[in-house]
Design a protein around this ligand. Structure first.
Ligand SMILES: Cc1cc2nc3c(=O)[nH]c(=O)nc-3n(C[C@H](O)[C@H](O)[C@H](O)COP(=O)(O)OP(=O)(O)OC[C@H]3O[C@@H](n4cnc5c(N)ncnc54)[C@H](O)[C@@H]3O)c2cc1C
Length: 433
């Protein structure tokens, strides 16, 4: 029987694995549901609602062996990979689906002082950071003038927009009763983006709605503006203004995970591996690249976006092409079925463009659709039930569950707070909204 090695147990790798006799290697032992990470960061969902054990999900698939290890390099000509634990795996077929990571575009200080939102660990760290600055400001109100209640989101795409709106709901509704002495009205939530609009992939109407919903939640939007520097205690923008802040969330872009630089082949746009139309890697025999790790071509020759639905469909398609390889049949070029896009801006507010014809919804109907789609996408029945209960409770009660700051997280974030306190504050502060 042919042996298939898959690197990455995300949407793409997992959907491919379910169809074959394989070894699935991932540096984590769980699949994370990235579309809901910001809900973990805002404390609306528990980590267990968005992370699913790979072993548990695949327990009934005797054809799949799971190994937790990090792949550090690969020789594509022999389809041999090396791992951080000095193990070597050889496959007749190799599937590279190692996903993506934050792209800081060389912005000074961004990798040190900002909080990316691309993994469960990131989401838990950010949640702890938000709670820690609220606690610090509650203890010592003089920190507010130094930006403790300012939150800067870099990037006005779905991640930045969803996080900003949810943060607005969290601060102005959910936490009001829990911090009665904290002047939460002095909170500043800023979204900064070089582009011309929030949610630029959506229609003008959806963008206008998203703007309105964000502004209703007290979010200040800086468009046509780049972040020039992130430092301990402030960010500097390209228009020269400075926002004092202790919490910068990086939702500014993606690049392929580090493995793509250790394959000995040319990296395409975003550090990703350029795919042939049938999802194979050019000039390599028996090597596929999928999901966020690859530049996958759509029907008009464009690169498809880094979306869960693209990764999921590519995973299933790849499995069919591998079966065709084994049967010595021709592979088929990948055909993506566009199910549309959606974003949740806050409680009861969302935009959705459904299906390939982009039927537009906004407001409560889009919010209900968003809930339905995301519940359906969650991997286990338990997670679906828990998420519905959590969302229903948040929606009808307006009061959040417990916001717990554990000791471990507190230790992790103190370094930044100490540095922020020590750093001299710049004199010019942002006034533009
Ligand atoms: C915050 C956020 C919100 C999003 N919201 C949406 C949304 O609303 N709708 C939507 O359609 N898409 C959304 N996306 C995009 C979507 O989550 C991704 O397109 C999708 O997860 C890609 O799947 P993947 O399998 O390619 O990669 P991933 O899901 O990232 O999986 C890659 C796997 O590879 C593993 N890995 C990486 N490097 C190595 C290595 N060297 N060795 C071993 N294992 C490795 C990782 O641990 C991971 O498990 C969002 C993404 C983010 C970050």
């Amino acid at each position: 029987m042919k042996h298939v090695v898959i690197v990455g147990g995300g949407f793409a790798g997992l959907n491919c694995a379910r169809k074959l006799r394989i070894t699935l290697i991932d540096k984590k032992n769980y699949q994370q549901f990235q579309p809901l990470l910001y809900q973990v960061a805002a404390g609306f969902l528990a980590p267990s609602n968005v992370a699913f054990s790979l072993r548990n999900m695949l327990v009934r698939h005797a054809n799949i062996e799971v190994e937790m290890d990090e792949v550090v390099s690969a020789d594509l000509s022999t389809r041999t990979i090396k791992t951080a634990n000095n193990k070597t795996h050889h496959g007749d077929i190799l599937v590279l689906a190692a996903g993506s990571q934050a792209n800081f575009f060389g912005t000074p200080g961004a990798d040190t002082y900002s909080y990316p939102l691309y993994s469960l660990h990131d989401a838990e760290l950010l949640r702890s950071r938000i709670l820690a600055v609220l606690e610090a400001a509650n203890r010592d109100p003089s920190l507010i003038a130094k930006g403790a209640l300012n939150f800067v989101l870099v990037g006005a795409g779905p991640t930045g927009t969803e996080m900003a709106g949810t943060l607005g709901d969290m601060i102005h509704h959910a936490l009001k009763e829990e911090y009665p002495n904290l002047p939460l009205s002095q909170t500043g939530i800023y979204v900064v983006d070089m582009g011309h609009a929030v949610l630029s992939a959506f229609s003008d109407k959806a963008q206008a709605y998203a703007n309105k919903m964000l502004q209703q939640r007290g979010v200040k939007i800086h468009l046509h503006t780049a972040v020039k520097e992130v430092a301990a205690g402030h960010v500097t923008l390209s228009d020269g203004s400075v926002i004092p802040t202790h919490t910068v969330v990086w939702a500014g872009g993606l690049r392929a995970s580090d493995l793509s630089g250790n394959l000995g082949i040319r990296q395409g746009h975003g550090g990703r591996i350029d795919d042939e139309p049938d999802l194979t890697v050019a000039s390599q025999t028996g090597v596929y690249a999928l999901g966020d790790f690859a530049n996958i071509t759509g029907k008009n020759g464009e690169h498809l976006p880094q979306l869960a639905s693209v990764a999921e469909q590519a995973g299933k398609w790849c499995a069919k092409n591998i079966l065709a390889d084994i049967a010595e049949q021709p592979r088929k070029p990948f055909a993506y079925f566009d199910k549309g896009i959606m974003a949740m801006i806050g409680r009861g507010a969302a935009v959705a463009e459904m299906g390939p014809h982009r039927y537009e919804l906004e407001g409560p109907m889009a919010f209900i659709s968003w809930l339905g789609v995301h519940v359906a996408l969650l991997s286990t029945t338990q997670a679906k039930i828990e998420a519905v209960v959590e969302w229903a409770w948040d929606y009808f009660s307006e009061v959040k569950g417990d916001q717990v700051l554990d000791r471990f997280s507190q230790d992790q974030i103190n370094w930044n707070e100490d540095q922020a306190a020590a750093a001299p504050l710049p004199t010019k502060t942002a006034t533009k909204a």
